[in-house]
Ligand binder design. Sequence first.
Ligand code: ZN
Ligand code: ZN
Length: 341
Amino acid sequence: MKVARLYRFNDIRIEDMPIPEVGPREALVQTKACGICSGDILPWYIEKKAPLVLGHEPVGVIVAVGEEVDHFQVGDRVFVHHHAPCLNCRYCRRGHYSMCMTWRRTRLIPGGIAEFFLVPEINLQQDTLKLPDNVSYEDGVLIEPTACVVKSLRRAGLQTGDIVLVIGLGVMGLLHVLLAREYGAGTVIGADKVASRCARALELGADYAINVSRENVIEWVAMITEGIMADLVIVGPGNREAIETALAAAGKGSTVLLFTPLPPGEKLPVEPYRLYMNEISLVPSYSCGPDDTRQALSLIQQGVVTAEKVITDRFSIEETPLAYRAMAEAQDTIKAIITFP
Ligand SMILES: [Zn+2]
Ligand SMILES: [Zn+2]
């Protein structure tokens, strides 16, 4: 079978490897589609893991199951989460699934951008979901990214009527816009340097979209909110400047949600006095767990999130380097996916 393996940020090769053998409690999936994740295009983050078969947002059809598998059968259309928690450790019991050692260790074999992938027992048990008939494979690709946003807005404590500022309007920013609206945000403001992304945010329900290549976010948020500033700021880009902007745009009693990691060792200048006196919380949100993927599937089933709204580019597995570059350039491409016959 063919797989797309990344060696360095700009070196992705299409290689052949044997189809994995299926153990008694495992399943083999023929891949139908897989997304290129926004996290995969952070050079420092992805090169740390290289060489690796790309892709952790796959959907497909089960083509083989081990003899002890009884909940799934050949022909099932499925979403499979790349990571699965043990549900027993102290982190799982407290709901912090992405802190679980099992969650961190588990992975699909060899990865999602492969013609077939093996689902280990624990992934099959904890976080493999059958796709309802009205959910297409392309919609299914959005389960994992949407689940990350479900978790992010839960951790951020979004309340009805909140003024929400979303910095960065790539696919994850736009999913934040869609879900913030769905969860009852009062005012949704987007910010990005690309005009087409700002336009799409408005189409998807944002009340305002600030083009940061021309306009000052802080001034605009002050004007729109009459000085109240934002109750919740989602920071998409993984850089210091974006976090500093977010802190400056955060109002009293607000939360600044860090959605993307910064490289290890990077420091942030914060003024604790201002955080304290204004009760501003800084909250990170890392990936998602099985509760979130279920909620994401339900939002997709209801049509809150659909492929049509955010998937802009489709490529074959041979074209993976192109798909990857289109995502990394962060211009008109919102979400690139790899589709399989
Ligand atoms: Zn992802
Ligand atoms: Zn655990």
